[in-house]
Ligand binder design. Structure first.
Ligand code: GLU
Length: 283
């Protein structure tokens, strides 16, 4: 009954500080969301990429764009969160499993391929897009096949399936430089320090279409792998995964998925695969 004696102002301050703690990035395991989302004021933290044009990009004005951003925003809405309740957090390729395990984010939509290795650490909803590993090279390059990479300098990103596939399969003799993000690889390709950049065609098309790179690069057009993009959730969070699957199905059936494709892949002329069926992982 102590509380009854506190002044109204003090009580308000107490409520505010509790809210701030619940919503703040304190790294606690329960900080990724703070309730159902329908009550207003609650926030949801979502992991995306910050440097992948057309997929997940932090714009100079601080806003976010890309297919993953649109998918994440749609899904969050279905979970009960408006756009102004979303806090996007950067989750680089190598940080994704840890970010989910720590509870930094509620879910991740970041060109995140569903793989058996990752499924040991996190759960996935989806898939919601099928992409393929490809190569980006200078417009005048004579690299046309993955085997051409042996002995060449190649850039990819730590913790990605792209880097792993190069080492395991495509070009074990390539001189692979691993960076923390694809924007660093693009800079290395532009300067000539590397001969090729490898990752998903969806990402490469987005970079190649950027105004500052127009005409400089070309995609090899190889479908080196199947990359089934899923939405990652914390291991065991079946409830969220199920809700996200329902949201993804709705996004396809109400044509919002098509709109997101046109809006984000149209400018890059990226020819995406049709919407995958939930649970249908292409090997
Ligand atoms: N989709 C691949 C992966 O999940 C490559 C893109 C990325 O690094 O996010 O690893």
């Amino acid at each position: 009954m102590k509380l009854r004696k506190v002044t109204a102002a003090a009580a308000t301050a107490l409520v505010l500080s509790l809210t701030a703690t619940a919503c703040g990035g304190d790294g606690k395991s329960d900080s990724a969301d703070t309730g159902s989302g329908s009550g207003g004021g609650d926030k949801i933290k979502i992991g995306i990429k910050y440097d992948q044009p057309g997929l997940g990009l932090k714009e100079p004005d601080g806003s976010f764009s890309g297919f993953d951003v649109d998918v994440a925003t749609y899904v969050a809405k279905e979970l009960g969160y408006n756009e102004d309740q979303i806090e996007f957090v950067e989750t680089k390729s190598a940080d994704r499993e840890n970010a989910l395990a720590r509870g930094d984010v509620k879910f991740i939509a970041a060109t995140y391929s569903i793989t058996p290795e990752r499924q040991e650490k996190v759960d996935f909803a989806g898939p919601y897009l099928l992409a393929h590993q490809d190569l980006l090279v200078k417009a005048d390059s004579d690299i046309t096949e993955a085997t051409d990479l042996n002995g060449k300098n190649l850039c990819s990103v730590t913790g990605s399936t792209s880097a792993q596939n190069v080492k395991n399969d495509f070009a074990p003799q390539a001189n692979l430089e691993e960076r923390s993000g694809y924007s660093e690889c693009i800079a290395a390709l532009q300067s000539g320090r590397v001969d090729a950049l490898t990752t998903d065609d969806s990402i490469l098309a987005g970079f190649a279409a950027q105004e500052q790179y127009k005409g400089q690069f070309k995609l090899a057009g190889l479908k080196l792998s199947n990359e089934n993009y899923g939405i990652g959730v914390k291991k065991g969070d079946t409830e969220t995964a199920n809700k996200i699957n329902t949201a993804l199905e709705k996004m396809v059936s109400d044509k919002s998925w098509n709109k997101a494709v046109t809006d984000n892949f149209g400018p890059a002329k990226y020819k995406n695969e049709p919407a995958p069926k939930i649970g249908n992982i292409v090997k």
